[in-house]
Ligand binder design. Structure first.
Ligand code: PHE
Length: 341
């Protein structure tokens, strides 16, 4: 027996000394100390021995286990040292480093943040709404009749259970009017969805900024003033603005907002299709019917609302000729905004 143990140690030490990788060490450890090792099976033999011999034999086995463990640890450390030495020898401090690309905001995010800043500076607060909405907040509460064409499957993406992807940020007008008492002065930037084919000026996903102001004595001139202020800060003091009659179910009177062409200063060019004006979005005085649906006293309060297209503004600011460019995210386009906040 003693001979067998001597041999075991010798064999183990020899094999461990030849290990050349952490994996070799693991294999040797399994072979000499693992469940199926000779050493482990010898522990099982203890019960065959006379009771008086057991403690000495057990001690001896423990000694052997410790010896093998020590040899494994020593060899593992040596292997690590060798590989460090190799790394150090191969390390070339003159080698060029890995170039880290600098990120940047997407142009739509940059413009959205700028728009937010302009309105925050005018005393507006930011209110956020959800992309998935119900028919009540996207249509009914906005005074949109049940047979209105915009409710068609061809125009609106329906999810399940009367839920839909909001077609406009005007949903947030309703959410805010449900939850807050006037005076209200909010903007709400966000994503909208319509079942449109992508083309140079349409995308099934796009962004709007809604504005809603409700208080006693709010009038159309407050709307015009706010629009002009926004246009001057966003595009420059030379920019003019105007509103033209239009129709929306939830505003009365309703209007479309234009600013003078940022490319030709109103002379007429390709960007403004020779008209001198650029469309910015829809607007109007909140229809008293909307206040009535939500139980707000329309005898006492008046308000205005408008919705601006963020893509339109980004395209004008950055000279982007086709809306699809904003969604394709070609790296050549995105790189122009590297490092921009
Ligand atoms: N929600 C309208 C649209 O998407 C724009 C709008 C907003 C009109 C607010 C009036 C008031 O076309």
């Amino acid at each position: 027996m003693q001979e067998q143990l001597e041999l075991l140690i010798q064999e183990a030490e020899q094999e461990i000394a030849q290990c050349s990788s952490p994996n070799d060490i693991l294999n040797a450890k399994a072979k000499y100390l693992g469940k199926k090792s000779l050493l482990n099976s010898l522990y099982g033999k203890m019960k065959e021995l006379d009771a008086s011999q057991r403690p000495a034999f057990g001690n001896q086995l423990n000694q052997i286990r410790k010896q093998i463990e020590a040899a494994l640890n020593k060899r593992a450390t040596a292997i690590k040292e060798i590989s460090w030495q190799k790394d150090r020898a191969e390390f070339d401090p003159t080698m060029p480093g890995i170039k880290l690309e600098r990120g940047g905001y997407h142009p739509l995010s940059i413009i959205r943040n700028q728009i937010n800043e302009v309105f925050l500076s005018m005393g507006f607060e930011i209110a956020e709404g959800d992309d998935i909405e119900d028919e009540f907040h996207n249509f009914d509460a906005l005074n949109t009749p049940a047979d209105h064409p915009s409710r068609n499957l061809a125009d609106t993406f329906y999810v399940e259970d009367g839920k839909l992807l909001r077609t406009q940020t005007s949903t947030v007008q309703i959410r805010v009017l449900e939850n807050y008492k006037p005076p209200i002065r909010i903007i709400s930037p966000g994503r909208c969805y319509r079942n449109d084919k992508p083309d140079p000026s349409h995308s099934p996903v796009f962004h709007q900024v809604e504005a809603l102001v409700v208080d006693k004595g709010i009038s159309m001139s407050d709307l015009q003033d706010t629009l002009q202020n926004f246009a001057s800060i966003m595009f420059g003091p030379q920019i003019k603005s105007r509103i033209r009659p239009h129709f929306f179910p939830f505003t009365e009177p309703s209007a479309e907002m234009d600013i003078s062409c940022v490319a030709c200063a109103g002379e007429g060019c390709r960007v403004c299709k020779q008209s001198g004006w650029l469309e910015m979005g829809g607007a109007g005085m909140v229809d008293p019917a909307v206040f009535d649906i939500l139980g707000i006293d329309s005898e006492y309060y008046t308000g205005f609302a408008f919705g601006l297209g963020i893509e339109r503004i980004a395209m004008l600011k950055y000279n982007i000729p086709d809306m699809r460019i904003l969604f394709e995210n070609d790296l050549r386009m995105l790189r122009q905004f590297q490092g921009e906040l």
